[in-house]
Design a protein around this ligand. Structure first.
Ligand code: GEK
Length: 252
């Protein structure tokens, strides 16, 4: 899957007296593809697999949603999975993000794309807590739910389950926490080693970690599984995991 041109992420390279809470602003948008691919182990594998999962689960004439679409990497993967020309499934792809900067740049990337299928793409700047969802066969939350306040997660997942048609699925990718403290520490250390191997310094890793404190709230797989069942999903499985980054599939 081709990624848009990106600048190198050096946002946390210089020491800062006050590390502010992480925000999806212009500064982050300018380096986002570099940032996410050097920070999330397995990101490109998950994006490629979203294309295959869309091919498998998208149903003719339904909506396919990418919630928290950022610059549209998963949206374009879904578009590819929906196919070209006469063979496409006549679905409407909807990408939603509440960052104005993300949606503005995402629109440019989608407009310039000609290679990833021909499905219609609708981009909406909105909060996924409120945005209406209808007749969906596949919904993607690729590393987005983790940014929602804990008490708002069940309501969103219930609306997603209600909007899915029979046979529909939710693909939910998240940073995970673990109940076993030694395992939790191990996964964090292996993730930080991954970031070092991608060229991030110890200072960058520490300052980014601080900026995400109370902004990105990870939960355990059993907690996700229990909430998804409560929200109305009949089955929830892990299909990908690399250290503390995972992707689940939830069946309506
Ligand atoms: C990818 N899925 O490349 N409503 C709408 N958007 C939101 C909300 C909200 N309440 N909260 C956060 N976002 C993408 C990567 S990034 C993950 C997703 C990361 C948006 C936020 O603006 C950002 O664009 C995205 O969710 C999370 O496959 O950066 O780790």
């Amino acid at each position: 899957m081709s990624q848009p041109h990106t600048h190198k992420d050096t946002i946390y390279a210089a020491p800062s007296d006050v590390v502010e809470g992480f925000r999806f602003d212009d500064k982050v948008v300018a380096v986002f593809p570099d940032m996410i691919s050097r920070s999330v182990p397995g990101y490109s594998t998950i994006i490629n697999m979203i294309s295959q999962l869309t091919e498998r689960y998208a149903q003719h004439g339904t909506h396919c949603y990418d919630l928290g679409c950022s610059l549209g990497a998963a949206t374009l993967a879904m578009r590819q999975g929906l196919g070209q020309g006469a063979s496409q499934k006549n679905c409407t792809l909807v990408g939603i993000d509440n960052s104005n900067s993300m949606i503005t740049h995402c629109q440019k990337i989608i407009d310039a794309d000609s290679s990833q299928g021909s499905a219609k793409v609708l981009l909406i700047e909105d909060d996924i807590e409120n945005t209406p969802l209808h007749a969906a066969s596949i919904v993607v939350l690729n590393f987005t739910l983790q940014f929602l306040a804990l008490e708002k997660r069940t309501a969103l997942l219930t609306r997603i389950a209600d909007a899915l048609v029979p046979g529909g699925v939710l693909i939910l990718s998240e940073k995970l926490a673990f109940d076993e403290p030694r395992h939790h520490e191990l996964m964090i250390d292996l993730h930080h080693n991954f970031k070092r191997s991608q060229g991030y310094s110890d200072l960058e890793i520490a300052q980014k970690r601080q900026s995400l404190e109370n902004v990105l709230i990870p939960e355990t797989f059993p907690a996700h599984q229990a909430r998804l069942k409560e929200a109305g999903f009949s089955g929830v499985e892990l299909w990908f995991q690399c250290f503390n980054f995972a992707s689940m599939i939830a069946f309506k």
